[in-house]
Design a protein around this ligand. Sequence first.
Ligand code: G3P
Length: 229
Amino acid sequence: MSLQLLLDSANITAWEEWIPTGIFKGITTNPTLIRQSKRPCNLQWIKKLAKKANKLNCQQLHLQAWGKSAIDLTECGLALSKLSSSSLNIYVKIPLTIEGCQAAINLTRAGKAITFTACFKSQQILIASTIGATYIAPYLGRINDEGRNGMEELLKMQKTVENINSKTKLLVASIREVSELTNLANHGITTFAISPSIAKALIDVPSTNLAANKFELDASVMLKETNFI
Ligand code: G3P
């Protein structure tokens, strides 16, 4: 499967900066990111986010459902999934709790695409695969924060996905270093949600910028010397 990068942000200014670079297939968000963007986590605002994602030509928008019970999560997920359009696929993100599983099975039975989120243990791959989630999002950095080896845990998850021939794909989140992307990609993991700061670290290579500036300088000197164009 080809590489898929998703921008992990609910901040429209960040969307406008990073989506036009062409390196992202879409966007992931959650209530915490919406709170950080100082906007309300309600359907009214999320409708505006979906409209904006559409305008920016995103192919995917992962929107997280909220609610304490399975019924609340299901209803919220159904409302979120209605924001899809012919060009924008909505994936309903649901935390991997017991209530989340109940909501996810309701939504998959209704034909909705699910991204399970807040995955910390490889055993959770089995749950996501059984329920038929499209993606499961392991939190690499937060697994490391718990004092465990996040990279080893993720490779174990990927092995499980491959060994059980699962249709569920890893969508790695909580990435703190660009090197984690390349290490995981070298082990066949292809889908990543990255923050705007990781996007900058990924794309902004000083030596490339220096070389590009030199090309521009040489082009303008030649223009002056030859009066060409
Ligand atoms: O958006 C979920 C995840 O990517 C958060 O990352 O760095 O806050 O653990 P982080």
